[in-house]
Design a protein. Structure first.
Length: 259
């Protein structure tokens, strides 16, 4: 895996109670201790403080599922990057397909959010991916290139130095349909080539996660691919046993490449 530490990120979406997220976070902190992978959990904003109290003294990192592009002001209902950073967030998921589809976020808006997150000292987890119609129309490469180009236009190649990209085919999210390891690898390789063609060092260090119905039983084959550096996990991240099994699958790829 070319010296890139795998990252397993849990996107908890709009789920949980104060009690249940604390239980989930504490089971994950206990189970992830000592694994050679970076583990990230992303609860809803109102649960950040409770989850930080659990993971703050553990190797588990905290992230948000979105943030405002504005720093402050008359933006009712928004949460800024600085506010998230103050609550212990190190990562922010941006451009998730649910935000693009349900909240009409454009790639240009996502790009501005990436800049805001980096300015606040955090790392964006930039989600890209095609719909089923786009895949069937053989537009995978152009759709993903356009999503990346919007970010490049806003911040140049240097913006990818402090960035994680998550390839999430929209048709695989929450559907139980996973891209095959070969299908996913092909897109990951395209993403890395595109970034590497602009800066070889940034491209070789960029972590590219796969997301879309990753489960304990398909994780190892996905993470075994050369350009897949971990996963962004939705449904399976809500169950500590399943999520930890996915973390262990990523750990086994590190152990294999070390031996
Ligand atoms: C996601 O929402 O980012 C995701 C990958 O969901 P799931 O794992 O449930 O497909």
């Amino acid at each position: 895996m070319a010296n890139r530490q795998p990252l397993i990120a849990g996107n908890w979406k709009l789920n949980g109670t104060r009690k249940s997220v604390v239980e989930l976070a504490s089971a994950i902190s206990d189970g992830a201790a000592g694994l050679p992978v970076e583990v990230l959990v992303c609860p809803v904003s109102v649960h950040l403080a409770d989850v930080l109290a659990v993971v703050g003294n553990s190797p588990v990192h905290l992230g948000s599922q979105n943030c405002s592009e504005a720093e402050s002001g008359a933006f009712t209902g928004e949460v800024s990057a600085n506010m998230l950073q103050e609550f212990g967030c190190e990562y922010v998921i941006l451009g998730h397909s649910e935000r693009r589809a349900l909240f009409h976020e454009t790639s240009e808006q996502v790009a501005v959010k990436c800049l805001a997150v980096q300015k606040a000292g955090m790392t964006p987890v930039l989600c890209v991916g095609e719909t089923l119609e786009e895949r069937e129309a053989e537009q995978v490469e152009s759709v993903i290139a356009a999503q990346l180009d919007a970010v490049l236009a806003a911040g140049g190649i240097e913006i990818f130095r402090q960035m994680v990209v998550a390839y999430e085919p929209v048709w695989a999210i929450g559907t139980g349909k996973t891209a095959s390891p070969e299908e996913a690898q092909a897109v990951h390789a395209l993403i890395r080539q595109k970034i590497s063609s602009l800066d070889a060092d940034i491209g070789s260090k960029l972590r590219i996660l796969y997301g879309g119905s990753v489960k304990a039983d398909n994780a190892a084959s996905l993470f075994g691919q050369a350009d897949i550096d971990g996963g962004l996990i939705g449904g399976a991240a809500l169950d500590a046993t399943s999520f930890l099994a996915i973390c262990e699958a990523a750990a086994s790829t590190v152990e294999k490449s070390a031996s």
